[in-house]
Ligand binder design. Structure first.
Ligand SMILES: Cc1cc2nc3c(=O)[nH]c(=O)nc-3n(C[C@H](O)[C@H](O)[C@H](O)COP(=O)(O)O)c2cc1C
Length: 339
C-alpha cells in the first residue's frame, strides 16, 4: 500500500468530507509554491503520452475533472502530481456560497460520492485575478488549463446566456479551453439549459462576442439525458462549431445507494461508469468531434474501455479521492486509440 492509502486517506476519511477537501486544498495551495516537494512526496512518475486534441498539446491524456479546484488555487500542484491537464471551476459570474452544509458525502463501499455543493466559488473576478497573477509571475503550469463556467444561481434562466458571457469575457485570454457547464444537478433549472434552444443561445452568444480566432469550447453533458436529447446536442455542437463534448457530469440515479443512506445531489465514482460510457458511445456514433470522457474512471480497465469507445482524453475526480496519486500511475498505461 502507498503512503496515500496507508496514512493520508485514513486521516482525511476521519474528517467530514468537505473539511477533508478544504484541508487537502490548503495543503496543495501551499504546495503549489514547492512543486518539486510534491513530486517527491507523491512519488510522481511523469507520463509522457503526448496528444494533440483541438489544437492543444496535452503531455498525457489524464486530467483533473472540474469541481476539485473550483478557484484555481493549486494549478502547479496538480501538474506536480502528474495530471496531463486541469479543469478549473465551475466558475460563475457572481461569487456564491453554494448550498448549506453538509453537502458532500462519501460511500466507500461503492467507491462513490454524492455532492450538492451548488457551485460554491469566489466568482469570476477573483478567479480571473488569481489566474492573471499566475501568468504574470511565471507560475502558470506547463499543462493545459480548462476553465469551466456555469450560471450564477440568482440569475434567471432567461438571462443565462448573458451570465455565461460575462464569465467567458473575463476569462477569455486566460485558459487553454473553455467548458459550458449545463449539467450540474445542484443549481435549480441548470440542466434545462441542455435543451437545444437554450444551449444554442448560450453558444451563439459566446461565439458572436468572440468573433475569430475562436478559443476551444466544450459543452459538459449529464449522463441522464435520453439518447435523442444527447443526439440533438451533438447535432447542435456540429452546427454551431463547438470544439467538443465532455461526457459526463454526475448522475441523479442513486439506485445503488441504500435509501436510508441516500442524499440529494449528484452521484459520482464507480457506479457512474456504465452510464458515462454509454453516453460516450452514443456521442461517438454521431460525431468525430473531440470527446473528453469523465465519470467512474478508476483503473486501467475503465480507462481502456473509454479509449476503445473513442475518447480523446480522460478526466477523474472521485477515484482520485479514494486512490490518490497512485491512480495516475495505473491510468498512465492506457492510451487513446488513433482514429
Ligand atoms: C465534490 C464534487 C464537486 C463537483 N463540482 C463540479 C463542478 O463544479 N463543475 C463540474 O462541471 N463538475 C463538477 N463535478 C463533477 C465532476 O467534474 C465529474 O464530472 C464527475 O464527478 C464524474 O467523474 P468521477 O466519477 O471521476 O468523479 C463535481 C464532482 C464532485 C464529486
Amino acid at each position: 500500500m502507498d503512503v496515500y492509502t496507508r496514512l493520508l486517506r485514513p486521516l482525511f476519511f476521519s474528517l467530514d468530507a468537505e473539511e477533508a477537501h478544504e484541508l487537502v486544498m490548503s495543503a496543495l495551495e501551499a504546495g503549489s509554491r514547492m512543486p518539486s516537494l510534491i513530486r517527491l512526496m507523491a512519488g510522481t512518475t511523469v507520463t509522457h503520452a503526448p496528444r494533440n486534441v483541438a489544437g492543444i498539446e496535452f503531455p498525457n491524456p489524464v486530467g483533473l475533472a472540474a469541481g476539485m479546484d473550483k478557484n484555481g488555487v493549486a494549478l502547479q500542484a496538480w501538474e506536480a502530481l502528474g495530471f496531463g491537464f486541469i479543469e478549473v471551476g465551475t466558475i460563475t459570474a457572481l461569487a456564491q456560497p453554494g448550498n448549506p452544509k453538509p453537502r458532500l458525502f462519501r460511500y466507500p463501499d461503492k467507491q462513490a460520492l454524492i455532492n450538492r455543493l451548488g457551485f460554491n466559488n469566489e466568482g469570476v473576478e477573483a478567479v480571473a485575478t488569481r489566474l492573471e497573477g499566475l501568468h504574470t509571475s511565471g507560475r502558470w503550469p506547463r499543462i493545459p488549463v480548462g476553465l469551466n463556467i456555469g450560471k450564477s444561481k440568482v440569475i434567471p434562466a432567461a438571462e443565462a446566456a448573458g451570465d455565461y458571457l460575462a464569465s467567458f469575457k473575463r476569462l477569455h485570454g486566460l485558459g487553454d479551453y473553455f467548458v459550458i457547464n449545463v449539467s450540474s444537478p445542484n443549481t435549480p433549472g441548470l440542466r434545462d439549459l441542455q435543451s437545444t434552444e437554450a444551449l444554442g443561445r448560450i453558444i451563439r452568444t459566446l461565439r458572436d462576442w468572440e468573433g475569430t480566432p475562436r478559443r476551444p469550447l466544450f459543452v459538459k453533458v449529464a449522463p441522464d439525458l435520453a439518447e435523442e436529447d444527447l443526439v440533438a446536442i451533438v447535432q447542435l455542437a456540429e452546427a454551431e462549431q463547438l470544439t467538443g463534448l465532455i461526457a459526463t457530469n454526475t448522475t441523479l440515479d442513486h439506485s445503488c445507494i441504500p435509501p436510508k443512506l441516500d442524499q440529494t445531489g449528484g452521484l459520482s465514482g464507480a457506479p457512474l461508469r456504465a452510464r458515462s460510457l454509454s453516453a460516450l458511445e452514443i456521442i461517438r456514433r454521431q460525431t468525430a468531434l473531440p470527446v473528453i470522457a469523465c465519470g467512474g474512471v478508476s483503473d486501467a480497465e475503465s480507462a481502456g474501455e473509454r479509449f476503445t469507445a473513442g475518447a480523446d482524453l480522460l478526466q477523474v475526480y472521485t477515484a482520485f479521492i479514494y486512490q490518490g496519486p497512485a491512480l495516475l500511475r495505473k491510468l498512465a498505461q492506457e492510451k487513446p486509440q488513433d482514429r
